[in-house]
Design a protein around this ligand. Structure first.
Ligand code: F6R
Length: 247
């Protein structure tokens, strides 16, 4: 595992954007898997700036988002469809039909999970998976206790995750109770993984990530079994980590 420490959030975002742009230029038909949340906002901002300035092309890029809430329509301001359009898709030249998110409003959610998983496979799997990490070690919406061999599935959100995400909603009651997420095995199938972490509130998380054995109790630990992971984290997030950094 490669671990890169950056000074701060800005530098983390710039470095992550450089890596993504480099891959898109080398492989214009790349399949990316994308997270939402606070962490990647700066990355998307840099990608948009670069697209405006240098016209990095996204016409042939395919994207799959990691997750989506159930019961929120795509135009709901708290849906991940909305987030992705707002922060990224509407500012670049990606084709709408190439930008995939799970449909949290599907009548049969289990079938939707199967469809999503098959669609990823049909595109030859994910080339570059970008991840954030929840304070309890979740990746996507794979909460502690999620089986390590899970595929795209419906999850019941933990109260800590609902509370953490309620900052984006009017109130905690408005936060959905369920979501669709790529599973841990889906994530592990990606050819390359970029894990981003920023802020002192992630420092205990990063300590556990680096020092705990692989366990469903802290789902992100599964990434230790992946042969091609780069962690880009800022100094506050790594302040307790006690690991060797290097490019
Ligand atoms: C969202 C996702 C989540 C977030 C995690 C960290 O698509 O996959 O696992 O990455 O909750 O969220 P932030 O970045 O807001 O700290």
């Amino acid at each position: 595992m490669e671990i890169v420490e950056t000074k701060d959030y800005e530098e983390m975002s710039i470095l992550a954007a450089e890596k993504v742009i480099d891959r898109v230029l080398k492989q214009p038909q790349i399949t990316l898997a994308l997270p939402t949340g606070h962490t990647p906002v700066g990355l998307y901002k840099r990608l948009v700036e670069d697209h405006r300035k240098n016209e990095t092309p996204y016409q042939d890029v395919i994207t799959f988002n990691l997750d989506e809430y159930t019961d929120l329509s795509p135009d709901h301001p708290n849906s991940y469809h909305y987030y992705m359009n707002h922060h990224f898709f509407q500012h670049i030249d990606i084709q709408e039909k190439h930008a995939h998110l799970p449909d949290g409003t599907a009548r049969n959610l289990d079938l939707e999970c199967e469809r999503y998983e098959e669609l990823i496979l049909k595109h030859g799997g994910v080339d570059l998976q970008i991840l954030g990490i929840g304070q309890n070690g979740h990746i996507g919406f794979n909460e502690p206790g999620t089986p390590l061999n899970s595929r795209t599935h419906v999850v019941k959100l933990s109260e800590s995750t609902r509370k953490a995400n309620s900052r984006y909603f009017h109130s905690l009651q408005d936060v959905p109770y369920h979501a669709i997420t790529m599973g841990l095995a889906t994530i592990m199938n990606s050819k390359k993984i970029l894990l981003l972490a920023s802020g002192a509130h992630k420092s205990a998380t990063m300590f556990r990530f680096f020092h705990e054995a692989v366990t469903p109790d802290f789902p992100a630990t599964i990434l230790k079994h992946h042969p091609n992971v780069t962690v880009i984290a800022d100094r506050p997030a790594l302040k307790e980590a006690n690991v060797t950094r290097g490019m």
